[in-house]
Ligand binder design. Sequence first.
Ligand SMILES: Cc1cc2nc3c(=O)[nH]c(=O)nc-3n(C[C@H](O)[C@H](O)[C@H](O)COP(=O)(O)OP(=O)(O)OC[C@H]3O[C@@H](n4cnc5c(N)ncnc54)[C@H](O)[C@@H]3O)c2cc1C
Length: 327
Amino acid sequence: MTLIRYEGKTFEVGAEESLLDSLNAQGASIPSSCRSGLCQTCLMQARSGTPPESSQEGLLDALRLEHYFLACICYPTEDLEVSLPGALRTVIAASVIRLERLSETIRLVALKPEVPMTFRAGQFIHLFHETGISRNYSIAGIPSDDEIHLHVKRQPGGKVSGWIHESLEVNQRVSLSGPSGFSFYVPGQFEQPLLLIGTGTGLAPLFGVLRDALSQGHKGPIKLFHGSRSSEGLYLVPELKALADHYSHFEYRACVSGEESPHPYERGRAHALAFQELSDLKGWRVFLSGHPGMVKEAQMTAFLAGASLRDIRVDAFTFSQVASDER
Ligand SMILES: Cc1cc2nc3c(=O)[nH]c(=O)nc-3n(C[C@H](O)[C@H](O)[C@H](O)COP(=O)(O)OP(=O)(O)OC[C@H]3O[C@@H](n4cnc5c(N)ncnc54)[C@H](O)[C@@H]3O)c2cc1C
């Protein structure tokens, strides 16, 4: 049993319980999503005491050194005083300035925050529904856009995505917090090859990462594999083709995995096609986003193909009804 201080209260945490489950069960409200150490929504910081190394898996060195950890995989071995990172607690207002249809089921939402929001391309925000529940959405742009772009897929029966598709209107005010996430382009090593693999709206953060890398003058080859089960699930195809025509070191591959009828795209799953072509990823920087199963499988394959774990950035679009409605 360890004692955890959080927001002025003391909580007892048993050896078999994660810090996230224990604090939430005792009435604290810690944001979370995947509950398996992937999405990093439950990022916390130890203000005193040292979190177990295993709770820092996948975090950047800078964050480990600052004693950040993931509450969902934290089984404390000593007493700690913990807090949420400041950004997660700040809720800001934003106006919807544009809504566009990117495909049958995907909507672009352009937001203008009422106070400046600093973010890196590839991070995500927490968007609040009017009832107070929130969902994570990746930022599909770069800071110089001066607005926040989201690509939201409508999920059947989805509370927040349904509201975004059916009710959200231009000029409406919404609340958001963030940004969160560490799957972003870090300038430097401009010759390093980049591999970007995304499924569905997993394209959103990759579109930001791609534009960021190009605008910062990345020189190494950049390959983007975007996959969907059906050709209807692919979007921004003309925009990505135009970028590939303009930048000779950028290659765009649109992949469809589950359609028999004729279509102009490559046949197969995006990550399978990528790894079939690139069997040696030593020295590559890899960005994976979208379907959690694909992200997990591709993370392992990229590592086995030689990419260093430090160079693999993951953004799994996990969802958990209970966890996400807790907020
Ligand atoms: C880090 C991160 C980034 C994300 N970025 C994006 C993004 O850029 N664009 C985007 O559209 N979504 C993104 N998501 C997913 C998003 O947060 C929501 O989970 C999604 O919009 C569904 O919320 P909802 O309230 O509409 O559905 P809910 O009311 O929570 O669920 C309705 C039904 O749909 C199912 N469901 C929910 N989400 C999914 C899913 N992703 N796939 C399959 N079934 C699902 C549920 O199990 C349930 O049966 C991201 C998730 C994470 C963790």
